[in-house]
Design a protein around this ligand. Structure first.
Ligand code: ZN
Length: 235
């Protein structure tokens, strides 16, 4: 996620407890999550083994004519390249397109819990994707929600949600590929930093998707800390 919550994100429905109870719990849990980020190495046995090595299967939910599919696939390929560059054996496949949509209310509500990565709305999102094949699901939304990523773990799909791109900021050149790459970074376990020249800049820094805008197609880089994280986390 790259930008601050808007009023829309503050209105997510709650399925358990009161809104106040959940917000207090969330605030405490966010601090806990930030302090205790899971840095354990991914067990290779939990990944798909193919003749080409370990694989994360990606499914893109959207229309086959969606202009975001090409830059999303560039972002997927970019991450496979980063894994190679960092000496990892795991690869992402090229991404299978499925013409299925997820309710915008479900997506928006889960976006409101993204700093935490867990909560009733995230559970609803995961539940709605349980029948979709793949390890990482990229959902192309047609609404103004804030793009976000949910971290993959063994037995629990990673999710990337991308907002509509027919209006700014994602209609600006070079933004979609970097927003998808950024959210894939979250799906792979990376957190935000405050360096606006890098891929994972985000809250609480003031980075916005528009910062990726460029007439030249290129991906923003990882930090040395991101690279160290990927080396530790992924086989
Ligand atoms: Zn982010």
């Amino acid at each position: 996620m790259l930008v601050f919550f808007t009023p829309r994100e503050r209105r997510e429905p709650r399925s358990i407890g009161t809104g106040l109870t959940w917000r207090l719990f969330s605030a405490m849990a966010i601090l806990t999550v930030i302090a205790c980020r899971d840095s354990r190495r991914v067990d290779a046995a939990t990944l798909q083994h193919t003749p080409n090595g370990l694989q994360l299967r990606v499914t893109i939910l959207g229309r086959s004519t969606d202009p975001r599919i090409a830059p999303a696939r560039e972002a997927i390929a970019h991450w496979s390249g980063e894994f190679v560059r960092l000496g990892r054996r795991v690869q992402l496949d090229s991404g299978t397109i499925r013409d299925k949509s997820v309710s915008d209310d479900v997506l928006s509500a889960a976006g409101g819990e993204v700093m935490l990565g867990i909560g009733p709305a995230t559970s609803r999102l995961r539940s709605s994707l349980s029948s979709v094949p793949g390890d990482i699901i990229i959902a192309l939304s047609d609404t103004d929600l804030i793009s976000f990523g949910v971290t993959w773990s063994a037995g629990s799909k990673g999710v990337v949600v991308v907002r509509r791109a027919d209006i700014p900021p994602l209609s600006m050149p070079n933004t979609v590929r970097n927003v998808v790459a950024h959210e894939l970074g979250h799906a792979l376990g990376l957190s935000h930093n405050a360096d606006s020249t890098t891929l994972m800049c985000g809250r609480p820094a003031s980075c916005r998707p528009a910062a990726f805008a460029s007439e030249s197609a290129h991906f923003f880089p990882l930090t040395a800390s991101d690279e160290e994280w990927i080396r530790k986390r992924w086989p």
